[in-house]
Design a protein around this ligand. Structure first.
Ligand code: FE2
Length: 182
């Protein structure tokens, strides 16, 4: 990483050699893979949703997810690291579970929406944990404030997506689904 005069400072050299910095980059590559995987899979969840508000929430989050991918690419660039993803088993598993929920529920049912909300919130919670960790590590590693700001933006978006899903579930989905027969 370069400072404003274009030189690499002694402290930054040491930081880049640390095992913790390596862990930071590895976490970054994990979430990069995860976000790109979600860009591919959110349209399937959107298509499967029954309620308009849930469909809208997934669609809006797809847009945010695309921006989150770009933010991560900016961070890689600032760190002089190649933007490559590392398969994220966590998100891969949660997305697969989401697909199972679609298969196991009736098309057009609110029970399906309840299942999709559950999958969506598990995704958000995974991402909140990852961005939270990255933000904390970035501060410890004394990375650029800009990097911390980018991570914070994505973290806040994940939190509000999670809250939105809770609102939809509590607003009507859970109650309507409870009246559906098996
Ligand atoms: Fe995300």
């Amino acid at each position: 990483m370069k400072n404003k005069t274009g030189n690499t400072s002694q402290g930054e050299m040491e930081m880049k050699d640390s095992a913790l910095f390596e862990l930071f980059v590895s976490e970054l590559r994990d979430i990069y893979w995860a976000e790109k995987h979600l860009v591919k899979n959110l349209p399937k969840m959107t298509k499967a949703a029954t309620s308009d508000d849930l469909r809208m929430a997934f669609m809006e989050h797809l847009e945010k997810t695309e921006q989150q991918v770009e933010r991560l690419e900016e961070i890689f660039q600032m760190l002089d690291k190649r933007a490559i993803g590392k398969r994220c088993e966590g998100i891969d598993g949660i997305v697969e579970e989401g697909k199972e929920k679609i298969e196991d529920t009736e098309e057009g049912s609110l029970t399906r929406d309840a299942g999709l909300i559950s999958a969506g919130q598990k995704i958000e919670h995974y991402e909140i944990a990852t961005y939270g960790t990255l933000k904390t590590l970035a501060a410890v590693l004394q990375l650029d404030d800009e990097i911390i700001d980018l991570l914070t933006e994505s973290l806040e978006e994940e939190k509000s997506a999670d809250m939105k899903l809770t609102e939809i579930a509590e607003g009507h989905v859970n109650e309507d689904a409870s009246e559906e027969e098996r």
